[in-house]
Design a protein around this ligand. Structure first.
Ligand code: UT7
Length: 324
């Protein structure tokens, strides 16, 4: 029996402060009706001053470790998928390693935008397949509110803050990660980018460049195609059919993308997990937050076939299948 990478526990955390569509109506020229029908978002969570990416990541991590019954000292590696680190150096993973007291763990961030968690989980999977005793903490964590131009109604209604985490290790049974699929197309980077604070765009660069810039309609078209394609690729590679799938957790970017996917994959409503109305688009945190909610709600039973798919700036997209 080959080793599979089993998810031992999940956790998530979102900041206490809630920003509703009604609140946004008082800030910019928008409406609850537009945001709800065009995106599916009703409210989102926003970090308070002084509440940083690593703080959210640590809280999500503690919940996942508790469920997994793994002590921080047992961790061998911490991987954080994020595009909004506390600072360029050190990584969020190092700050998490210190805060948890995970003394023997290595730590690194993975930069793959909204696919950050699935990319990180895929990296963890390869480590565990080589060294089944390894215990790895995988996190997706973002504070997008500080990279959002609050005057730009085309983006500020979408993005928000939060973190999700999973603890993984080797299993000799057939439960665990079955297949991982990573993709990228850097030729389209300008459709979704944050230029500022990168070394090609100094801090005194053009106004607004520290914020998310997105050509939403173009991103939408690429997202639906890539997500559909990677969904079939991952399910086929796992030797499954789409009908056998028990749950789809897709990146929560837009309810219309999720509904389109559900139709294209011929899945019934109850097999597509949706929480975008509560959290907005939390980029790398979106899938692990959804995974933790699904897990804690009892939506995943032993033996269930789970597909997770993501799409984001870069472009990057990914698919991971798990036998729960
Ligand atoms: O996480 C990474 C992946 N990201 C995504 O997958 C996001 C993909 N894109 C989208 O989800 C959608 O394109 C958006 C939600 C960003 C935009 O929805 P849309 O249906 O594509 O709208 P649009 O950009 O075509 O804009 C339609 C209209 C425009 O007005 P005009 O030019 O028709 O008069 C916009 O100015 O809606 C207007 N608009 C708004 N109106 C009220 C744009 N944002 C807003 C707003 N409130 N917040």
């Amino acid at each position: 029996m080959t080793t599979r990478t089993k998810i031992l526990g999940t956790g998530s955390f979102v900041p206490e402060k809630v920003l509703t569509n009604k609140d946004l109506e008082t800030m910019i020229d928008t409406s609850d009706e537009w945001i709800t029908t065009r995106t599916g978002i009703k409210e989102r969570h926003i970090a308070q001053d002084g509440e940083n990416n690593s703080d959210l990541a640590v809280k999500a991590a503690r919940a996942a470790l508790e469920m997994a019954q793994v002590e921080p000292e047992e961790l061998d590696l911490i991987i954080v998928g994020t595009l909004t680190p506390d600072m360029p150096m050190p990584s969020v993973a190092c700050l998490v390693q210190h805060a948890l007291g995970a003394r023997k763990a290595g730590a690194m961030d993975v930069s793959a935008t909204c696919s950050g968690f699935l990319y990180s989980l895929s990296v963890a999977d390869k480590f565990v397949r080589c060294s089944p005793d390894m215990k790895i903490l995988v996190i997706g964590s973002e504070v997008l509110s500080r990279r959002t131009n609050w005057q730009d109604r085309t983006t500020c209604v979408l993005f928000a803050d939060g973190a999700g985490a999973a603890v993984v290790s080797g299993s000799q049974g057939d439960e665990g990660i079955v297949s991982t699929h990573l993709h990228a197309d850097g030729s389209l980077w300008e459709l979704l980018t944050i230029r500022g604070h990168g070394t090609a765009y100094p801090l005194d660069g053009k106004k607004g460049c520290q914020y998310i810039e997105m050509q939403g309609r173009d991103v939408f078209k690429h997202a639906v195609k890539a997500l559909e394609s990677v969904a079939f690729e991952a399910v086929d590679a796992s030797g499954w059919t789409m009908e056998e799938l028990d749950l789809l957790i897709a990146h929560q970017a837009n309810i219309r993308i999720l509904e389109h996917l559900r139709e294209r994959l011929s899945l019934p409503k109850d097999k597509v997990f949706i929480n975008i109305h509560k959290y907005g688009n939390t980029s790398a945190a979106s899938i692990p937050i959804a995974l933790d909610e699904a897990n804690r709600q009892g939506r995943l039973r032993p033996g269930d076939k789970l597909l997770m798919i993501s799409f984001g700036g870069g472009f990057t997209w990914a698919g991971v299948t798990v036998k729960w």
